[in-house]
Design a protein around this ligand. Sequence first.
Ligand SMILES: Nc1ncnc2c1ncn2[C@@H]1O[C@H](COP(=O)(O)OP(=O)(O)OP(=O)(O)O)[C@@H](O)[C@H]1O
Ligand SMILES: [Mg+2]
Length: 409
Amino acid sequence: MSRVVLVTASADLTERVRYATGGGFLALPHGPMPSDPAAFFQLLGGAPAPEVVLLDPGQAHDQALALAAGFDRQCPGITVILVSDLGADIVLPAMRAGIRDILPPTSDPSEIRVVLDRALMTAQARVPGAAAAASGAEHVLLPTGRVVSVASPKGGVGKTTVSTNVAVGLAQAAPRSTVLVDLDVQFGDVASALNLNPEYTLPDMVHGPASRDTMALKTFLSLHETGLYVVSGPETPAAADAVTGEDVTRLLQMLATEFRFVVLDTAPGMSEHTLAALDLTTDLLLVTSMDVPGVRGLRKELDTLTELGMFTDSRHIILNFTDPSGGLTVADVEATIGTSIDLALPRSPLVVQSVNQGIPLLQSQGKDPMTRGLRQLVERLAPNLSSPPAEGATRRDRARHRRERSGAR
Ligand SMILES: Nc1ncnc2c1ncn2[C@@H]1O[C@H](COP(=O)(O)OP(=O)(O)OP(=O)(O)O)[C@@H](O)[C@H]1O
Ligand SMILES: [Mg+2]
């Protein structure tokens, strides 16, 4: 693997880096400086993520600083060196962008060698397991995150409402711990429910560099203001054709190695994408509306899941749009589906308001019954995250709570 990638327009610098590394580096094809880490990984093609990036921006210092800041935020395992002759003027902005070292453009191969060696040592110290990977030892990350799927046989019952709120609630309790994936691949509306305008969407993440390297994948995710990462659905239904069930399986396995919670919004019914997701699901949230067709549909889905052996131990049945004036009671619903309801959410005008604004209810401090219900659901899924340890909790309980909130695994 090439541990060093050089970004430059200078043939002369490329030659000196070749000499300094004995050829053990990769030069990006000459062109404009990539605008962000995802664009950088696209130029890398299928090559694995480097440990050190040597950035020679020419006159484009601002772009180089923006790119370095992107690496610092999204891929802290990559060490960036800036090639610049601005001397003291660039030191402070470079430091703020997370740049590790500055190399004058006229440096000879031995100076380049020293700076690269120092950067490679830093990179190895930063990423657990990097040293093993660099030495060729096998280093396999196993998925450890929980996969929380929100599903229903019928459309319009509240899956997107539930999934976006649960994901925001988990992200607020433990920032950067959670990713929400829009698996309603044709008509997904997660981005709109979160008021996001994503640069990259699902098809970009299941093909190309993001599909082969978890570090590259992270740079394609959108970051919501609550600290939630998001994989949005494609812009057109036709683009969904390029996403297969196997693509979904691989994507979810990669995300589950990186995040504590992978929350999935799904399309109604059992598409190949939903089946792929159900196969990896650890916590299943089944949603139904409080009407006869919705409840009958759920009964059939429960039977089918049992037949397919796709039930998880952690299963939650959510009755949405509960309304006493509709003629059905919770007891009627439980009798039809043959099992108890875990959470009843009321019909509430606040939901439509929040969807239209693109601000999930759990982003507010609301105390209305719908917001409280959604908060309860987050607590059911992750009791240790959302509520602080009770009075009388031991020091170890408090330490664990702090660790869990900080996202440490
Ligand atoms: N408890 C509720 N009270 C009032 N309106 C609600 C409630 N839950 C959801 N809605 C509204 O119902 C509509 C459908 O909700 P949502 O999009 O969450 O359902 P869905 O199951 O994801 O639909 P689809 O299957 O089409 O993806 C939305 O306009 C949403 O604002
Ligand atoms: Mg939906």
